[in-house]
Write a protein that binds this ligand. Structure first.
Ligand SMILES: C[S@@+](CC[C@H](N)C(=O)[O-])C[C@H]1O[C@@H](n2cnc3c(N)ncnc32)[C@H](O)[C@@H]1O
Length: 268
């Protein structure tokens, strides 16, 4: 309460030193060129370049063409669940621009722990606001960030829902700082995230390692999600140490979530 009264709800205002950073790998340079990332050179520090390129690499390699073939009206909503500090939002927006050309996209990041205090009296929500602002004037994607439970979003809220690394194991969720009650229902939370998808839309999920992928996929399948594509990505620009599984799912018109999913998940 004291920190909030000193610094305000977003914590101390976050800023970083932008750099015209040249990605050290050929793949990074190729992505930066193809997605026109030079426009962010006066906004991103090297750390932000890395985070954005990491997510962009996964999406570029693993998600199309499925995402492009999902429902995509001229004005569409996108949700990025569990967005944390959203350092990667520029990479996500750059991919959305190309996967959904000509669409007016409103992208909302949703994060349960956006109010958590971080080093330097910052908060995830303050960092996320900074990274969302960096899109203004540089990307047609309009980004905003909500601190709160994804359950507060209306069902069928968006044509595109992304979730990078949803929790699948209770112990990992606890270690991140989720309450015991919240950590015990990772399966239910994942399925609720998927149910925010409009029928015909696209749910894109990244998981770390085969075990997390199998657990998450089983929960989604049990809930009625339809798998469109799945790829195992090794040696990507994303810093996650495991093979990353990038999958795209859709929800058919009759694809209301069922409750059997939760039995498929287990504490680690
Ligand atoms: C492993 S982290 C991934 C963070 C980020 N997407 C990334 O790739 O760096 C999973 C995130 O999901 C968030 N989360 C878990 N349950 C949630 C819920 N019910 N509503 C919103 N966010 C939630 C957690 O707080 C956490 O920040």
């Amino acid at each position: 309460m004291i920190l909030q009264s000193i610094f305000g709800p977003d914590g101390r205002r976050y800023s970083e030193r932008p750099a015209a950073w040249v990605p050290p790998t050929e793949r990074g340079r190729e992505l930066a060129l193809r997605y026109g990332l030079a426009r962010f050179a006066d906004a991103w520090a090297p750390r932000t370049w890395e985070a954005s390129l990491g997510v962009l690499d996964l999406l570029d390699a693993g998600a199309p063409p499925s995402a492009a073939s999902c429902a995509a009206p001229p004005r569409m909503r996108a949700l990025d669940l569990g967005a944390w500090s959203w350092r990667y939002v520029g990479g996500l927006a750059a991919w959305i621009e190309r996967a959904y050309p000509g669409r007016e996209v409103e992208l909302t990041g949703v994060e349960l722990l956006g109010n958590r205090w971080l080093a330097g009296f910052t908060r995830p929500r303050g960092l996320a606001a900074h990274f969302a602002r960096a899109l203004e004037g540089r990307s047609p994607v309009a980004a905003r960030y909500l601190t709160g439970d994804l359950r507060s979003q209306p069902a069928s809220a968006a044509e595109l829902v992304t979730w990078f690394f949803p929790f699948t194991h209770e112990s990992v969720a606890r270690a991140w700082g989720l309450s015991a009650a919240e950590a015990a229902r990772t399966a239910e939370t994942l399925v609720q995230g998927w149910s925010l998808l409009r029928p015909g839309g696209c749910f894109v999920m990244a998981n770390q390692g085969g075990e997390e992928w199998e657990t998450a996929a089983a929960a989604l399948e049990a809930a009625g999600a339809k798998l469109l594509s799945e790829r195992a990505l090794e040696g990507s620009l994303h810093p996650a140490p495991y093979t990353i599984r990038l999958s795209a799912w859709t929800r058919e018109a009759s694809g209301a979530p069922t409750s059997s999913a939760s039995s498929k998940m287990s504490p680690r």
